[in-house]
Design a protein around this ligand. Structure first.
Ligand code: FAD
Length: 456
């Protein structure tokens, strides 16, 4: 097992003066090919141009009309799709992942699904069943990508609950959960039992159709979790909008009862916590305590949160209080406090508590590495880092080279399906893309260095 520079076996507490911060100065770019750096620079510059992000789908339609689908597809593959997506086939994904593995980075596969609550086709039971098959294939692919030549690492994949159950039902359940907190009718125990037994769950305030859909959704979730556990793939459940998150958390809590028992070697199902929400720090502490009291393992993906604009717009439209932090600094303070809480839990409970620091923010990453050092948490232990494929490689590579466990979140799939997903993600992460100026500067500095033939 790799340890931070001061192993736990050395009992004296390291002084902060001993701690050497990682340098995110693009030094690790020497590992990348010139063509890759040039594409990254071009794509990040394009994505920082607001009209392209705002009117992305319209641009795509125009380019298809002007250039034909073949040429326009080829252009997208050489640029945005090539930068942010692993490919379409298992072979393409494998090629991308092998490249990452040579750089010391691990895959976190994510199936890009675009739910459309108003589309009949995309809310039918058949659509969700199709998504279930895709998720099971994603489990298989995640397992097949394990690099058996390197050190043993956890295999992780992302799971979006609204690919398996309708956002409308989640909204309905969330409203009810908020109204009747503590009621046993929708307790995690009751849901877990229905998942295990497959017996019909009847919820009094849902109609017959909704009850049937709930039962089918529970079966799908159970199926994925059971299969993932058998394949030794850990599921990181995405957090989405606040009007559905309570239902998502309830479903995760039900899955956790079955799959996060210590004897399972868990946690196999992790939840995501969004620091941009005012209540998150408190909820995280409450959930961590509850898992501990119930004797369950606890897995957390900690993010700042991707849906800020929409959350605020919905709150304004409905005349409700804005549940998001008032400004960027408040979100960062919240992230920092959640990080501190989780790192302390990891240092107290060891492998029963897992954390993914899912952030591109250099300060957050530095805080995590520094506190891991101070708390004596091993580099290859229960704390890992996550960044999106094609984003902040200077951070991911520096972490990977220093021996930390780093996952790149990797969407994959055919161009037609993935581009709308990418554009929506780009719109949601507008501030991140616009803030990627430092990465652009480092990329351009490395490209100039190569052009002028200077030594690294
Ligand atoms: C592996 C991985 C998994 C992810 N999974 C999820 C997920 O399940 N759910 C999800 O929501 N997101 C998810 N994300 C996306 C993540 O939330 C965004 O990448 C993140 O918001 C960007 O934050 P940062 O720490 O990387 O960067 P930074 O650039 O430091 O932070 C930008 C973020 O700060 C916050 N912010 C910006 N301006 C303001 C403001 N005025 N007021 C308040 N807050 C502000 C927003 O959250 C914004 O996204 C995931 C990201 C990764 C890498």
């Amino acid at each position: 097992m790799l340890w931070t520079r001061l192993p736990l076996s050395c009992h004296s507490r390291p002084s902060t003066a001993d701690w050497q911060p990682l340098r995110f100065d693009g030094g690790a770019f020497h590992l990348k090919k010139t063509a890759e750096l040039a594409r990254a620079l071009l794509v990040l510059r394009l994505c920082a141009w607001p009209p392209l992000v705002t009117h992305g789908l319209a641009f795509q339609a125009w380019s298809q009309r002007l250039l034909g689908s073949r040429l326009s597809g080829a252009l997208l593959r050489a640029s945005i799709y090539g930068q942010f997506v692993a490919g379409e086939t298992a072979e393409e994904v494998r090629g991308c992942v092998q490249q990452l593995q040579t750089l010391g980075l691990l895959p976190l596969l994510a199936v890009p699904t675009e739910e459309e609550p108003d589309s009949t086709a995309k809310t039918s039971e058949a659509w969700y069943e199709g998504n279930l098959s895709t998720m099971l294939r994603c489990v298989d692919l995640s397992r097949a990508l394990v690099d058996t030549s390197g050190p043993a690492r956890n295999t992780l994949m992302q799971l979006k609950v609204t690919a398996l159950t309708s956002p409308r039902l989640c909204e309905e359940l969330s409203t009810w959960i908020q109204k009747s907190a503590g009621s046993s009718e929708l307790s995690p125990e009751r849901l877990a039992e229905a998942m295990d037994s497959g017996k019909n769950l009847q919820v009094s305030y849902l109609n017959t159709e909704q009850n049937q859909h709930l039962q089918a959704s529970l079966s799908r979730l159970h199926h994925v979790a059971q299969y993932a556990r058998a394949q030794r793939v850990r599921l990181l459940v995405d957090a989405e909008y606040t009007f559905i998150n309570p239902a998502l958390s309830l479903l995760v809590a039900a899955l956790a009862l079955r799959w996060n028992r210590p004897e399972e070697g868990g946690p196999w199902v992790w939840n995501t916590y969004q620091a941009y929400l005012k209540e998150t720090r408190e909820r995280l502490e409450w959930d961590a305590d509850a898992a501990h009291k119930a004797g369950l393992a606890f897995g957390v993906k900690l993010v700042r949160g991707a849906y800020l604009d929409k959350e605020r717009a919905v709150a304004q439209l409905q005349g409700k209080e804005d549940c998001t932090q008032p400004d960027y600094e408040a979100t960062s303070r919240s992230y920092s406090r959640c990080l501190e809480l989780m790192l302390r839990r990891v240092s107290q409970h060891g492998p029963l508590c897992h954390l993914m620091v899912a952030s591109h923010n250099e300060e957050s990453v530095l805080q995590a590495t520094k506190r891991m050092w101070e708390l004596g948490i091993p580099l290859d232990g229960p704390v890992c880092f996550g960044q999106l494929l094609g984003m902040c490689d200077h951070v991911s590579l520096a972490l990977g080279q220093a021996g930390y466990v780093v996952y790149k979140s990797i969407p994959y799939g055919c161009l037609e399906e993935v581009i709308p997903y990418l554009i929506r993600r780009a719109q949601e992460n507008r501030s991140v893309l616009q803030g990627a100026r430092r990465e652009q500067a480092l990329l351009s500095q490395e490209l100039w260095r190569r052009l002028l033939g200077r030594k690294a």
